[in-house]
Design a protein around this ligand. Structure first.
Ligand code: AMP
Length: 117
């Protein structure tokens, strides 16, 4: 896929050029509340490094990818999401990806159905 050099909305949030509710942050990623929630709890775990899509992640991104999941776990522990939570990565048009900057959705707070499509 083509790499657009224009900043994505998530890079603008990371760079504090536009506002968002940032719930957690470390050197590698931020966790923000999704502006259009699909569940009572819906946050996005976003790496500061721009990888447009999961399909474009590389071997050298392995630690970062693992870190995003551990950040999801940390968020779930802090928010005491004992009833369970779901993590989702949309890759590409058919999957409904709308922002070309890899991000992990974490959804919780209600019983969910499977499969989600
Ligand atoms: P995806 O469809 O997987 O690319 O997910 C993109 C997500 O980003 C959607 O759930 C949007 O609601 C969310 N989103 C888009 N713009 C913002 C924003 N400015 N602040 C927070 N979430 C956003």
């Amino acid at each position: 896929m083509e790499f657009n050099t224009e900043k994505t909305i998530f890079e603008k949030i990371i760079d504090r050029e536009i506002s968002a509710e940032i719930l957690m942050e470390d050197d590698l990623c931020i966790v923000i509340r999704d502006i259009n929630p699909g569940a009572p709890v819906h946050v996005l775990i976003i790496p500061k490094k721009r990888i447009p899509h999961l399909a474009e992640a590389r071997e050298q991104d392995a630690l970062l990818l693992g870190h995003l999941l551990l950040m999801a776990q940390k968020f779930a522990q802090q928010k005491e999401l004992g009833g369970g939570f779901r993590v989702v990565i949309n890759n590409g048009q058919d999957a409904g990806e709308t922002v070309p900057h890899l991000h992990v959705h974490l959804l919780a707070g209600k019983p969910m159905i499977w499969p989600p499509c």
